[in-house]
Design a protein around this ligand. Structure first.
Ligand SMILES: C[S@@+](CC[C@H](N)C(=O)[O-])C[C@H]1O[C@@H](n2cnc3c(N)ncnc32)[C@H](O)[C@@H]1O
Length: 286
């Protein structure tokens, strides 16, 4: 019998730690999902916590997901299409990191490989070994997070990579690199669109995170609020996460929006004392 037939796959989970990742909020997001939906759209995919949950819980669900970070989107497609080479490349990183973690980390951080496998293994390697698993680039798009303190980071999570690869090979899942607004051209009545954009900072001490070389501006937030109204008028289901601020409440004050305050932990914050006790908003039109 061929080896793949025998292989038992674990449930796929995010393969990167991503600022704003929704893993801890899955139970509450899940309880807010509609019972039925057409296609599931997630235009700010990041680590894909809710996507992987939906893939596991709703077999055969059609999903169209996207993100503006081209390196991240490339990682999804490389895991899907070049699994074995990627695992080999990650094993190579793990071996070299063990020999000399600091100098190897900074050498790889300076590299700019062109090949998809090398680009993806670099992204995963840096994510596993950098400070706080943060993804942050400067205005030139260069990754600029320092080395983190780990005794034994899990650089090659082979089981999960294989399981993510298998899940993404489904013809029901498509992944694109694009701006969130492009979703409007695709959606139909009864589809669900879940938006988890970069949040507006709620205070001057809020953690700054830049996922791409273009920051998410106030203009982008206004575009998003307008898009939500357009989707609502097309009878799409819309669910949106954002920070608990008056500005956001004001943007969604029309009667179709239900706003719920939910308790969340910020796992990516340089100050561990600020990682707890934070609330955010979940906004829906259904
Ligand atoms: C808060 S994160 C999403 C986290 C995700 N829900 C998770 O569980 O990991 C926001 C994402 O939006 C992406 N992004 C930023 N600006 C964007 C834009 N204009 N269009 C689409 N995606 C964008 C970032 O690259 C980032 O991955």
């Amino acid at each position: 019998m061929r080896q793949e037939v025998d292989q038992v796959f674990c449930s796929p989970k995010p393969f990167v730690k991503w600022a704003g990742g929704k893993r801890q909020l899955i139970p509450i997001l899940n309880s807010n999902l509609p019972k039925t939906m057409g296609t599931y759209y997630e235009p700010f995919l990041g680590g894909g916590a809710l996507l992987f949950h939906i893939v596991k819980e709703r077999e055969g669900q059609k999903c169209k997901v996207s993100d503006l970070n081209s390196d991240l989107v490339l990682s999804y497609t490389t895991i899907r299409d070049q699994t074995d080479s990627l695992i080999e490349s990650l094993k190579n990183h793990a071996r070299n990191y063990q020999k000399s973690s600091k100098s190897y980390y900074y050498t790889i951080r300076e590299n700019n490989p062109k090949d998809a496998v090398e680009k993806t293994s670099r992204l995963i390697f840096l994510n596993r070994t950098c400070f706080n698993g943060l993804y942050r680039v400067n205005s030139k798009g260069k990754f600029n997070v320092p080395l983190g303190k780990y005794t034994n980071p899990n650089i090659v999570n082979e089981e999960n990579i294989r399981s993510v690869s298998k899940a993404l090979q489904s013809r029901k899942i498509s992944i694109k690199c694009r701006d969130f607004e492009a979703v409007l051209d695709d959606v139909k009545k009864n589809d669900l669109v879940y938006f988890d954009p970069p949040y507006q900072p709620v205070s001057s001490t809020a953690n700054f995170t830049s996922y791409t070389n273009k920051s998410f501006t106030n203009e982008d937030l206004k575009r998003l609020a307008k898009l939500c109204l357009e989707l609502d008028s097309k009878d799409c289901k819309v669910m949106l996460s954002n920070s608990n601020s008056d500005e956001i409440k004001n943007m969604f004050k029309e009667k179709q929006w239900r706003i719920e305050k939910i308790e969340a932990n910020r796992s990516i914050n340089s100050n561990s004392k600020r990682r707890t006790g934070h609330s955010e908003l979940l906004i829906k039109n259904y």
